[in-house]
Design a protein around this ligand. Structure first.
Ligand SMILES: Cc1cc2nc3c(=O)[nH]c(=O)nc-3n(C[C@H](O)[C@H](O)[C@H](O)COP(=O)(O)OP(=O)(O)OC[C@H]3O[C@@H](n4cnc5c(N)ncnc54)[C@H](O)[C@@H]3O)c2cc1C
Length: 416
């Protein structure tokens, strides 16, 4: 992407915007675009160097984006630049598995044709998404993007909120949106406690090239040490997300590429033919962290700052995008009614919309991970029978497909 980055160097004086977003990761950047396109002036402050996020090896993840999330990306004008690199997810297959044994004969198969809404979602590679997002931010005159700068304090005032940065700059806004990730310091400084725990698991992530076509099918195998997802990318490539205990993951990461593939191969068998690595290998320690409140006076939390969940169902970013679309609806409607869009009364509507949904997701992914990440024969039998049952009942199957496509619940305008 050859758009020049707009990195603003500000004099040491207080600048004002309607909204100040702390954190320019995926959620912060999408929020900035959604808010600016709804008529709000936005300052986006990120601790990272502006060019780092758009380098191809910044992050090895690829995201399973639900249909509803891709509607949001269309709504804010990003989809045209992404669609040619996004792989449609046509079917999802879920099964129990063990290394060297292949999948169990009890499985669930979700076929997109059962809901007549097109693909259930798309696989979008991080290395494609970030440059597109950053180009859009750079060319948006209502967004002031300040990189390489850390927000260090917030102070409520009579009509808004003031933030101070480690650069010495300060800003005022009517509303702060905290998109500063799982260890949100904005939330901590606002006295918001978190609930959560480590999974003692690390997700190993890589892209592979394979001999045979994946036909747009995403596979999830529940292996005793943790889930293994094989997610289709454009061409004969797939993204692998594979969870192991921390120590085992460390040992596997220490292997050379050939040794790494030797461990991976028996986990999913030969259905894609010969495989080889397509790029670097990455690892992500896994934990659950959910904020007890999603708001404080003049502050709203979004994305991982509000809820960081296990990637077992590929729902973390989808949930963050739903926060963004919901918060955007709430503050836009408030401003149209002449209300103070940063007031607690308005922010409460956002919290009521999103907190139950996000808590349910956190609990469901936690329960799934605990139920499936073990080799207890009774649990194995129970879950195999459960999967066989869901697979046999069309109504249950369709419910799962709607859920995977993000089409359930009260959808914000940008996701309809
Ligand atoms: C292995 C794995 C696979 C996944 N797969 C999927 C998937 O398939 N589908 C899906 O929907 N989700 C998936 N997720 C989840 C998804 O990756 C996350 O939900 C998402 O990336 C979180 O983005 P964020 O912007 O909220 O937070 P972050 O990416 O953590 O960004 C936070 C930003 O805040 C900045 N920051 C922090 N503190 C400050 C400060 N004081 N001042 C200024 N800036 C600050 C940081 O520099 C950073 O840029 C996966 C997660 C993992 C671990």
């Amino acid at each position: 992407m050859d758009n020049p980055k707009k990195v603003t160097i500000l004099p040491l004086m207080t600048q004002h915007s309607d909204i100040l977003i702390v954190g320019g990761g995926l959620n912060g950047a999408v929020m900035a675009l959604a808010a600016s396109q709804s008529g709000f002036s936005v300052t986006l402050v990120d601790a990272l160097d502006s060019t780092l996020q758009t380098t191809p090896n910044f992050d090895g993840r690829s995201y399973a984006l639900a249909l509803a999330s891709t509607r949001l990306l269309k709504g804010i004008g990003l989809w045209d630049a992404l669609k040619d690199t996004a792989q449609p997810m046509l079917d999802i297959k879920v099964a129990d598995g063990r290394a060297n044994e292949g999948p169990s004969s009890f499985f669930m198969h979700f076929d997109h044709r059962e809901i007549n809404a097109g693909p259930m979602g798309y696989m979008v590679e991080d290395r494609r998404l970030r440059p597109v997002l950053h180009a859009a931010i750079s060319s948006d005159d209502s967004i002031t993007y300040i990189a390489n700068t850390r927000v260090i304090s917030e102070q409520e005032t009579a009509s808004g909120i003031t933030v101070a940065c480690d650069s010495g700059a300060s800003f005022t806004a009517r509303l702060i949106i905290a998109a500063d990730g799982r260890r949100s310091q904005v939330a901590a400084r606002a006295g918001i406690k978190r609930v959560g725990w480590s999974y003692q698991q690390t997700a190993l992530v890589c892209a592979i090239e394979h001999e045979l076509s994946h036909d747009g099918v995403a596979c999830q195998y529940f292996m005793p040490p943790g889930p293994l997802a094989i997610l289709p990318l454009m061409g004969n490539r797939s993204s692998i997300v594979w969870s192991e205990s921390h120590s085992r993951a460390q040992d596997i990461m220490a292997l050379d590429d050939a040794g790494y593939l030797d461990v991976l191969r028996p986990r999913f068998g030969s259905y894609l033919g010969e495989i080889k690595l397509a790029g670097k290998r990455f690892s992500y320690p896994l934990d659950l962290t959910i904020a007890e409140r999603f708001i404080a006076p003049r502050i709203a939390l979004i994305g991982d700052a509000a809820h960081g969940v296990h990637p077992i169902a590929g729902q973390g970013l989808n949930a963050g995008l739903k926060d963004i679309a919901s918060l955007r609806d709430v503050i836009l409607q408030a401003r149209m009614r002449g209300e103070d869009f940063g007031s607690v009364g308005v922010l409460n509507r956002y919290q009521e919309w999103r907190r139950f949904d996000a808590n349910t997701l956190a609990l469901a992914t936690d329960a799934f991970n605990k139920l499936f990440s073990n080799d207890n024969p009774l649990l194995r039998l129970g879950r195999d029978l459960g999967m066989g049952l869901v697979n046999a009942v069309p109504k249950m199957r369709r419910g799962f497909i709607q859920e995977a496509a993000g089409l359930t619940g009260d959808l914000p305008d940008l996701m309809k």
